[in-house]
Write a protein that binds this ligand. Structure first.
Ligand SMILES: [Zn+2]
Length: 71
């Protein structure tokens, strides 16, 4: 029996988050893993990450637990 030589590539549609990349929800900056300088907040059941710069800029809003809709 001859076998087809058709390659069967593995699906590579995994989200970037699963690759150990953290994306800033504000400016879109990326970093490997989850830097300790980044801030993680959960809003509406969605986990958001803020890079160091954005976290500093929005630290008051985060502490006030305001929605990020106005950002
Ligand atoms: Zn940012």
């Amino acid at each position: 029996m001859d076998q087809d030589k058709t390659p069967q590539p593995e699906p590579q549609g995994a989200p970037a988050q699963d690759a150990g990349i953290t994306v800033c929800s504000v400016c879109g900056a990326t970093a490997e893993g989850t830097p300790v300088t980044w801030t993680c907040s959960v809003e509406h059941g969605v986990r958001r990450y803020l890079c160091e710069a954005c976290a500093r800029a929005n630290i008051r809003a985060i502490e006030g637990k305001l929605d990020t809709d106005w950002w």
